[in-house]
Design a protein around this ligand. Structure first.
Ligand SMILES: [Zn+2]
Length: 301
């Protein structure tokens, strides 16, 4: 199949378009129009500092035609600027048809520790906001005994009741992810994404496969290719050895990088060059995302 055919019906569940506090190369409307014109099925806006449900709804209303069969959804990161680990914020976001809730990202304690390590090693870190957020203490989802905070359990319950996606964000893979996944399973969350476990190089392929085999979805992203943290060969290994429950997200929108459509197209070409079957590409770019976003199965349009 041509890359443009594989892209038809694909979803991108992690797009960093603007306006945003982190300077962006494209805005939400440009990202939505590019994806809809490529025949994609859906996009989720991941703003690092504010919930994006309401902006997604107004863009859906005025910038997407009915016949395009395209959905733009909001996401919510539970960072300090979004209200932190606050169940009321999550309830409100559900009301705006938000589809993905991420545990803390830039303000998580683990993110702070890992980026400090990377920058002291001279490696590139995450893009910075236009101004430093002063009231921004490091966040953890655990209490001092290592148990999940009660508000995190409430948030997990809201996500379960709404049947939307719980994503791990940038929390600690050893101390925070395991109790979160246990609680999510216990409370009946059906759509769980382990956010780009390759990002800080803190997971082996075997661990990624274990997540997938346990019914969780493992997200891999393309932005790390452009920041030279990951190669297409490594990504190919993660996809071929990491189990069936994989999703590819662009994580693009940054200045100087391709837009999501161009990034996803380049990814398809690189994987086809390495012999990845079209059915696998469809599964990790379209079908798994449709399950996670509760969209009709492929072939329905
Ligand atoms: Zn991202």
């Amino acid at each position: 199949m041509k890359p443009s055919d594989i892209l038809r019906g694909a979803c991108d569940m992690h797009v960093h378009s603007g306006p945003a506090l982190v300077p962006r190369g494209i805005d939400h409307v440009q990202a939505v129009r590019a994806c809809a014109e490529a025949g994609m099925r859906a996009l989720v806006i991941k703003d690092q500092h504010v919930p994006s449900g309401n902006v997604a709804q107004i863009i859906q209303q005025y910038f997407v035609k009915k016949e395009e069969n395209f959905n733009v959804y909001g996401g919510l990161i539970l960072g300090n600027t979004q209200g932190g680990l606050n169940p009321a914020v999550v309830e409100a976001a559900v009301g705006y048809d938000t589809k993905v809730v991420w545990m803390p990202v830039l303000s998580s304690l683990y993110n702070r520790e890992m980026t400090a390590k990377l920058s002291s090693a001279g490696k590139s870190t995450l893009p910075k906001p236009k101004f430093p957020i002063r009231f921004n203490p490091p966040q953890t989802i655990l209490d001092s005994c290592g148990k999940l905070l009660p508000e995190v359990c409430d948030i997990v319950q809201i996500i379960s009741d709404a049947d939307i996606v719980l994503a791990t964000g940038h929390i600690n893979p050893r101390t925070e992810i395991p109790p979160l996944l246990d609680e999510a399973v216990k409370r009946g969350v059906k759509k769980i994404v382990v956010t780009h476990p390759e990002f800080f190089r803190d997971h082996t392929v075997e661990q990624m496969r274990e997540y997938s085999d346990a019914g969780f979805f493992v997200e891999h992203i393309l932005a790390t290719i452009y920041s030279n943290k990951l190669t297409y060969d490594e990504l190919f290994t993660y996809i071929t050895e990491g189990g069936d429950n994989i999703i590819i997200s662009s994580d693009l929108g940054q200045i100087g990088r391709p837009d999501p459509v161009k990034g996803l197209t380049a990814f398809i070409r690189e994987m086809q060059k390495r012999g990845l079957p079209d059915e696998t590409l469809r599964r990790i770019m379209c079908e798994n995302q449709r399950t996670l976003l509760n969209l009709e199965p492929f072939g329905a349009e």
